[in-house]
Design a protein around this ligand. Structure first.
Ligand SMILES: [Zn+2]
Ligand SMILES: [Zn+2]
Length: 276
């Protein structure tokens, strides 16, 4: 059994009107692709919402659609009500209030930007100096530790997120993830294990030209060596067509690395599912 634990519906603030998929379209795609469980995890970059950079996520709307879909697909598909919260540590009180207010099964914690700077996806990295980019990377690592210290979430998403944009800008050698990845992420992986926060393996990099999952295979191995066992897998699909992409292959990879279980959630509590 495989599961997709990172999916965005049309409600997600980062999807232009008319471009996304409805909850029902996501469910149909999931069933057609042989999935028995999915988590719908729309974007809420909490600082962006408060400062007006993003439209407010209609969480009640997503929830209403999920409740309807749960009845419609009962016995065929388990649908988790999730959310992806970006920059929670910038506004920890507001983030906690929001998480407590709704009946989430699962909360993704993400770092899409650092204080006072745009989302890494929106930065003009080609025009930035090496020094600026390295400083930004250090800040990123530091703020991810702040997110873990806060810790009020289920899974830590796409930990190598800025690396994707460095690569697209041809600047990835600055970071040299292959050689220095373990040193950059050791404290983060240890903190996640200590906090009981699972590690997401995000498959979007495989279909977006990065050629690797986020994090890459070596960091997943390192997580295991450090004693990490809790892993979720998500496609980060922003449309039904990408739902489930590379999830089976990634589960196989995890198995070959010695992971016997995938982490699932219900009512924000983790439990382990054997990879078969
Ligand atoms: Zn994200
Ligand atoms: Zn996402």
């Amino acid at each position: 059994m495989v599961f997709d634990y990172h999916i965005h519906s049309q409600y997600s603030g980062d999807i232009p009107a008319g471009k996304g998929s409805t909850v029902n379209e996501l469910c149909e795609a999931a069933i057609q692709k042989g999935f028995r469980e999915i988590a719908i995890t729309d974007h809420c970059d909490i600082d962006g919402v408060y400062y007006g950079a993003f439209p407010k996520l209609d969480i009640a709307g997503v929830y209403r659609d999920i409740v309807k879909a749960r009845a419609q697909y009962a016995g065929r598909l388990n649908i988790l009500f999730g959310i992806e919260i970006g920059q929670a540590w910038h506004m920890p009180k507001e983030a906690k209030f929001l998480i407590d207010r709704f009946e989430f099964d699962y909360v993704i914690g993400s770092v899409h930007s650092v204080r006072g700077i745009l989302d890494f996806a929106d930065l003009k990295m080609r025009e930035m100096s090496d020094g600026e980019l390295l400083a930004l990377w250090e800040k990123y690592i530091g703020e991810m530790k702040e997110l873990l210290d806060w810790g009020y979430f289920s899974t830590l998403a796409h930990i190598t997120y800025p690396y994707r944009y460095l690569k697209f800008a041809g600047r990835e050698s600055l970071i040299d993830l292959e050689k220095k990845g373990r040193a950059y992420f050791e404290d983060i992986l240890k903190k996640a294990i200590e906090k009981g926060v699972s590690l997401e393996v995000n498959t979007s990099g495989l279909r977006q030209g990065l050629g690797q999952t986020l994090p890459n295979t070596d960091l997943i191995k390192f997580y295991k060596e450090l004693g990490g066992e809790m892993i979720t897998i998500g496609s980060d699909a922003h449309h039904a067509r990408n739902l489930g992409a590379d999830i089976r292959e990634t589960a196989e990879l995890l198995k070959s690395l010695g992971f016997q279980y995938i982490t699932r959630y219900q009512d924000r509590k983790p439990y382990m599912q054997k990879i078969d």
